[in-house]
Design a protein around this ligand. Structure first.
Ligand code: HXC
Length: 272
């Protein structure tokens, strides 16, 4: 007989990790104005760090920075930049160093996505997502690495699981995220001798995010929850918890890895 469904219990990082593990540290987060990356920033700040959040829309990142500062008691500043433009990223890094004097943690989270079949994807559409996700990660790395070497710091790249197989309508994002995963592994081996770590977090379906609203699953006749072995969709806080772990000293020998946070969905056979 199949076991009765048990939904995985959710807990937050503050009930597991000490409140001050990131005291004196500084986070630089692209895409931090909303969604998953905003929650990742919140959790790192809740454990003592100050932060810069980077985004294209100044009003959005300004409001988010105010919320993050008020909600955590630490300081968050906004820096307007498009990750496709190295000069803008360098300015954002300069602003961070002027304000906080260092960078310990970097989240490469800026991403773009939409559903489109290969046959309907223009060259510019494909290039746009590659430029935001993959080139944007490279540009963020280049702009921050001098400071991350100094602090023996750590990178987290927000990837996905959709490129582990062939997901229809996601050729552009799958290609882009495969590139991000590869970049992270190379950063891990090239920068390891400098004491720098680099890891990927690969979220599965995360409820109430822009990604999910754009990529809703349909046509299976089953609810998403019923497909997930641990019985619930992810919350943004699940990704934040993984972030706190990977940036913490508890993960000091972990680098070049991809931590999948999806309740076991990636392992489900399509015939299940
Ligand atoms: C086909 C599309 C399209 C669509 C845009 N394009 N949307 N093609 N179907 N739905 C094409 C355009 O026609 C254009 O090509 C090219 O892409 C560039 O579009 P622009 O709008 O000019 O570029 P830009 O303003 O830079 O927009 C970037 C964007 C946009 C990513 C394309 O959608 C965006 O800013 N989205 C918001 C961010 C976002 O999506 N966040 C969620 C990330 S979640 P032509 O040929 O016409 O010039 C995520 C999670 C992944 O990434 C994993 C999930 C499981």
């Amino acid at each position: 007989m199949a076991p009765a469904p048990v939904r995985a219990r959710y807990t937050n990082s503050e009930s597991v990790f000490k409140p001050d593990i990131f005291k004196g540290k500084v986070l630089f987060c692209t895409g931090g104005g909303s969604g998953i990356c905003k929650e990742m920033t919140y959790a790192v700040m809740k454990h003592g760090a100050n932060a810069t959040i980077v985004g294209r829309k100044l009003d959005r990142i300004t409001q988010a920075a105010e919320e993050l500062s008020k909600g955590t008691g630490n300081t968050c500043i906004p820096a307007q930049a498009d990750v496709r433009r190295p000069d803008e990223l360098k300015e954002a890094v300069k602003k961070t160093i002027e304000k906080f004097g260092r960078i310990d943690f970097v989240i490469c989270g800026a991403a773009g996505n939409f559903l489109a079949p290969l046959s309907g994807l223009s060259e510019n559409a494909f290039r746009t997502v590659i430029e935001i996700d993959t080139l944007g990660t490279f540009n963020t790395f280049k702009a921050t690495i001098p400071y991350v070497r100094q602090s023996h710091g750590s990178y987290i790249h927000v990837s996905a699981t959709l490129h582990y197989r062939g997901l229809p309508y996601q050729a552009h994002v799958s290609s882009a995220k495969a590139g991000v995963d590869a970049l992270s592994r190379v950063i891990a081996v090239e920068e390891g001798p400098w004491g720098v770590r680099s890891n990927v977090i690969a979220p599965g379906p995360i409820a109430a995010t822009e990604g999910m609203s754009r990529l809703s699953v349909s046509g299976t006749g089953r609810s998403l929850e019923s497909l997930i072995p641990l019985g619930r969709q992810g919350a943004v806080q699940d990704i934040a918890n993984a972030t706190v772990f990977l940036f913490s000293d508890a993960a000091s020998l972990i680098t070049g890895e991809a931590l999948v946070v999806d309740g076991g969905l990636q392992h489900l056979s399509s015939s299940s």
